[in-house]
Design a protein around this ligand. Structure first.
Ligand code: ISE
Length: 333
């Protein structure tokens, strides 16, 4: 059987998803593409053998669309996820579930009312072989109890309209989620520290800054977020545990030594760093659609990440340590 997928939004990530579904994922076919830029939608549709359609609503309602990928701008995710839930179509929604908490809660309420999981969140790092290995090694117990994690998330550059809140809801959500997943816990509080901003960010943007999250079982998660590193894209994670430590770098480049220098290349952006993760995420999603039961990151995970990002926004604005308060977890999750 083949899952016929409609892709909403074909910017960088939506195009990558459409191409992966068309060429590198078994059991999938892209049948419809929508983008606010109709030329872009047309070009991607031709490339993947789909039809371009004129609205997200039309795409969701089409009879030849069994499942939907939402890769539109962040602020549209929740409304489109609600439509997919109303249409009863399995959906892979890019992160964040919503930049605002009421929108995230509305999606969760709608899904809970239907009584079945339809929306999978695009927290693709959970599918990255490096992070998966980190989780596996921690779970083995060989390294003892995790005590703290240190994370680095640097982009080469962010747009001129980037705000500190966007750095948290759009970028830091990855670390917020992946550390919840690695540690198998929730957060209790958030603190944000920033100092002198780099010269390349918009006025008022905190960049770089540090986030300190404390989990309910007292593990510290430190995150450095830097949107304008200028040199490239870099994501790292170190887990300091009671019986050893584990470091995840990008691991995919050969280190060359020559002429008195030793070094290796750096990714320019996230699509190449997480190429495997994006492909494996889509394959797992298609497999779950074929099996008729959603697996993978849930709407609860999307809500939790947005809730923690908002505690961080309040912490960044006030300079205080802000408690993280989650609603009671619905049985569905
Ligand atoms: C971007 O939207 C992503 O999802 C990337 O994975 C992340 O590293 C980047 O910071 C985000 O802006």
């Amino acid at each position: 059987m083949t899952v016929r997928v409609g892709v909403i939004g074909v910017g960088n990530i939506g195009t990558a998803h459409a191409r992966n579904l068309a060429r590198r994922v078994s059991g999938a076919q892209v049948t419809a593409v929508f983008d606010a830029d109709s030329h872009r939608a047309g070009a991607v549709a031709v490339e993947v053998g789909a039809v371009p359609v004129s609205s997200a609503d039309e795409l969701i309602d089409r009879a030849d669309v069994d499942a939907v990928v939402i890769a539109s701008p962040d602020h549209l995710h929740a409304a489109q996820a609600l439509e997919c839930i109303a249409a009863g179509k399995p959906t892979l929604c890019e992160k964040p579930l919503a930049p605002d908490l009421p929108d995230a809660l509305a999606v969760m309420a709608a899904e809970v009312t239907t009584g079945r999981r339809l929306v999978t969140l695009g927290f693709m790092r959970r599918f990255d072989p490096g992070y998966a290995d980190l989780k596996h090694r921690l779970a083995s117990g060989e390294f003892g109890e995790p005590l703290l994690t240190r994370n680095i998330h640097r982009n080469k550059e962010v747009g001129p309209t980037q705000t500190t809140a966007m750095s948290l809801t759009n970028s830091a959500v990855h670390e917020i989620d992946i550390n919840r997943w690695l540690l198998g816990t929730e957060y209790a509080s958030a603190q944000v520290i920033s100092g002198r901003p780099g010269p390349h960010g918009a006025s008022g943007l905190k960049d770089p800054f540090l986030v300190f999250l404390r989990t309910v079982d007292d593990v510290i998660v430190e995150i450095e977020l830097f949107g304008n590193s200028r040199y490239g894209y870099e994501v790292r994670c170190e887990v300091v545990a009671s019986e050893g430590s584990l470091v995840l770098g990008d691991g995919s480049f050969i280190s060359a030594t020559q002429g008195g220098h030793r070094g290796h290349a750096v990714h320019a952006q996230w699509l190449s760093r997480f190429d495997d993760a994006y492909r494996l995420e889509l394959q797992a999603w298609i497999d779950s659609v074929l099996a008729g039961a959603a697996t993978g990151p849930s709407v609860w995970d999307g809500y939790a990440a947005t809730a923690v990002a908002h505690a961080c926004i309040a912490a960044a604005d006030s300079g205080e340590t802000i408690p993280v308060c989650l609603i009671e977890k619905p049985c569905l999750y």
